[in-house]
Structure formats: structure tokens, C-alpha cells
Ligand binder design. Structure first.
Ligand code: NAD
Ligand code: DAU
Length: 340
């Protein structure tokens, strides 16, 4: 399969490319990424350095019609997985505009170019946040829950989901949607809860907990989400959405306590800060449809996954240092010069 992966230099995209290279060495993967602050081409350098015939990187924007169409044509792309997005809720609260541009207009542009190119399969990677927030005793989200997003980020993702639905209904465009809960694992940008807290622990900074720390997230190890996307690509029905989750609900405070315990630190660094506006209280995913139709089940428990993740960050201190200092951008500037 000749597969276009967008946003492959981000957290989940990087893990997906590594996993698919390992599982499907016969696939040709073309990674299209704009390299925003969250995209790090160095993540996949070990593959690029092999000069592998089954991997190539193209630098560009999913909003750019001509560029996307040319890429699809030049590489004779058969299927697309769209990870490219602005992904951080707090940034969307500070400035929603780039979220609308990439997450809505970019996703639509990508679908339109793919439709015109006659692509056989398109997986649009969405999120559980499109469903809004659960009360403590509510059942987990199913695919039948209404879309009730609460942040500019989740509203932009829900808008793209509706556009994907419209593309299926109107044009019979072969798009399936994945909606997953909170991922964690290697290569996650240290603005998200787990790598942020890890970084602050090792630098001895205060650990900012929003509100009272009672908000609940369902944590999934990134490889399990990637498997869900892979299964959707291979077996997902066009026009359908699939939920994925890790069956690991935790309050933010519980999670930070577990992290501190693994790192052998006490709780004195925890500090309660002003809550995130519109902070969703709880996410939980019912992934019975994906279990039944795709054969999905999370394979990594939170206890295993968090230890693996911490070990990765400990073993990859230079990666974290590069990302925190922005050195990875200097490296890419050298690479691209004016094209960055
Ligand atoms: P990320 O922020 O780590 O990576 C996003 C990537 O997209 C970066 O490489 C960035 O350079 C690229 N990108 C951004 N705008 C682009 C554009 N206009 N054109 C081309 N590339 C562009 O994000 P992530 O955490 O890896 O998330 C990937 C996808 O999965 C997103 O769509 C996100 O909504 C979804 N998702 C994330 C999680 C999670 O917990 N992180 C959970 C569920 C769903
Ligand atoms: O649920 C899937 C979503 O998970 C994805 O769609 C998003 O792309 C991804 O960023 C993530 O969104 P969250 O907002 O849940 O993740 P974040 O890591 O930003 O925050 C997790 C929880 O931790 C949330 O309740 C807010 C809280 N938090 C976060 C930060 C950064 C804190 O208490 N302190 C912090 O400093």
C-alpha cells in the first residue's frame, strides 16, 4: 500500500510510522508534515538515515491544495491517514484561529484532494473530546453520543468529523473516523500532562494541577491507539466512526501521584492553579464496536505503559532537552533554510 500519513512528525504520527514500518515493511509511507512547533523531523531520522525506499518525507501544509494534490499524484497514493492537527486544548483557548485553519479547513482540503485523486481509503483521526464531558456516573461515550464539544480545539475536531460525514454521505467518499482517548508514550511534546509533569519533576519545578485535580481522563498507551488506526485503515467501514480507549480512567491527581511514586519523589511539588476554562470533567470510552468489528483491545495496562514511558524519557534526555530548548528547530532550519 502507498500510504500518505499527515502529521507524522508529531507524537502519535511518529509512533504510528515506526509501528507500521515494523508491521508492514511492504507499505510505502509518505509523511507529509508542516513541522509546526509540535512536529520534529528528527523523530524519524533513524528511518530517513537508512535511505529506506519505503519511507519519504515531504514538507508542507494540508491546507495547500496544489501541494497536497501534487503529493497524492506524484506518489500514487492509495490511502491517507490524517493525524495533522493543532492538538493542545490550552493553546486553542489562547488562540482558536490556527485550530480552525488546520483542523477544519486543512482536513476538508485533504479530503477534497483525496476525493479528486480517487483515494481508496481515508482515515480521519479524531478524538473523544468531540463528545464533550461526562458526569461521574454517566456511562462511557459510545459512537451514538451527540457531538457536544466544549473547547475551541474539540469544536474544530467535531467540525471536521461532520465534514467527513458529509463527504461520505454526499460523495460516497471512503472515510472512516477514529475517536480516541488521552494518549501517552514516547515523543509526546512536553506541554501535555504526563511529559510536562515528568519534565517539571526532573527540573524541580512546581507541578501545576488545574482546579482540584479531580478531572478524569482515560489513558491509552500510544501503540494501542496506533493499532486502532491501523485496524480502521484495514477493516473500518466507510462512513463510520470508531471509539478507542485504554480502560484506564484516572483523576489527574491520581496520575500525578503515580508518576511521583515511580520517580521516588514526594508530593511537595504539587501546586493547585486556576482551572482551565470550560474544563471537561470526565472522558471514558466504550470501544465495544471496535472490539467487535475490528478486533481491537488495548494491550498495555496503565501500570506497564507509564513505566515504559518514563523509561523512554529517562533514556532520551537529549530529545527532551532539544525540544525544550528549541534546538530541534535550529536543526530543521539548517535543513530547510528559507523553506521552514
Ligand atoms: P501533535 O501536536 O503531537 O502533532 C501534530 C502534527 O501535525 C505535528 O507534526 C505538526 O507539525 C503537524 N501539523 C500541524 N498542522 C499541520 C498542517 N497544517 N499541515 C501538515 N502538518 C501539520 O499531535 P498528536 O498528539 O500526535 O495528535 C495527532 C492527532 O491525533 C490529532 O489529530 C489529534 O487531534 C488526535 N488525537 C490526539 C490524542 C492525544 O492524546 N494526543 C488523542 C486522540 C486524538
Ligand atoms: O482526550 C483526547 C485529547 O487528549 C486529545 O484530543 C488532545 O489532543 C490531547 O491534548 C489531550 O487533551 P487533554 O486536554 O485531555 O490533555 P492535557 O494533557 O492537556 O491535559 C490532561 C488533563 O490534565 C486535563 O484534565 C488538564 C490537566 N492538566 C493539564 C496540564 C497541561 C493539568 O492539570 N495541568 C497541566 O499543566
Amino acid at each position: 500500500m502507498r500510504l500518505l500519513v499527515t502529521g507524522g512528525c508529531g507524537f502519535i504520527g511518529t509512533n504510528f510510522v515506526y509501528l507500521m514500518q515494523e508491521r508492514h515493511p511492504d507499505w510505502e509511507i509518505i509523511n507529509l508534515d508542516k513541522l509546526t512547533y509540535a512536529g520534529n523531523r528528527k523523530n524519524l531520522l533513524s528511518i530517513e538515515n537508512n535511505n529506506a525506499a519505503n519511507y519519504s518525507f515531504v514538507h508542507g501544509d494540508i491546507c495547500d491544495k496544489e501541494f497536497v494534490s501534487n503529493t497524492l499524484e506524484e506518489h500514487k497514493i492509495e490511502a491517507v491517514v490524517n493525524f495533522a492537527a493543532e492538538s493542545h486544548v490550552d493553546r486553542s483557548i489562547n488562540d482558536p484561529a490556527p485550530f480552525l485553519t488546520t483542523n477544519i479547513c486543512g482536513a476538508q482540503n485533504l479530503m477534497e484532494c483525496a476525493r479528486q485523486a480517487g483515494i481508496e481509503k481515508f482515515v480521519h483521526v479524531s478524538t473523544d473530546e468531540v463528545y464533550g464531558s461526562l458526569g461521574m456516573n454517566d456511562p462511557a461515550f459510545t459512537e451514538n453520543n451527540p457531538l457536544e464539544p466544549n473547547s475551541p480545539y474539540s469544536a474544530s475536531k467535531a467540525s471536521a468529523d461532520l465534514m467527513a460525514r458529509a463527504y461520505f454521505e454526499t460523495y460516497n467518499f471512503p472515510v472512516s473516523i477514529t475517536r480516541c482517548s488521552n494518549n501517552y508514550g514516547p515523543y509526546q511534546f512536553p506541554e501535555k500532562l504526563i511529559p510536562l509533569m515528568y519534565t517539571k519533576v526532573i527540573t524541580g519545578e512546581q507541578l501545576p494541577i488545574y482546579g482540584d485535580g479531580s478531572n478524569i481522563r482515560d489513558w491509552i498507551y500510544v501503540d494501542d491507539h496506533c493499532t486502532g488506526v491501523e485496524l480502521t485503515l484495514l477493516k473500518g467501514q466507510p462512513g463510520r466512526a470508531y471509539n478507542f480507549g485504554g480502560a484506564a480512567e484516572k483523576t489527574n491527581l491520581e496520575l500525578v501521584h503515580e508518576l511521583l511514586a515511580i520517580l521516588g519523589k514526594d508530593e511537595s511539588l504539587i501546586t493547585y492553579v486556576t482551572d482551565r476554562p470550560g474544563h471537561d470533567q470526565r472522558y471514558a470510552m466504550d470501544y465495544a464496536v471496535a472490539e467487535k468489528e475490528l478486533g481491537f483491545a488495548p494491550s498495555v495496562t496503565f501500570e506497564q505503559g507509564i513505566k515504559k514511558t518514563i523509561k523512554w524519557y529517562q533514556d532520551n534526555g537529549q530529545w527532551l532537552e532539544d525540544v525544550r530548548s528549541g534546538a530541534y528547530r535550529e536543526f530543521m532550519n539548517e535543513w530547510y533554510g528559507d523553506r521552514k
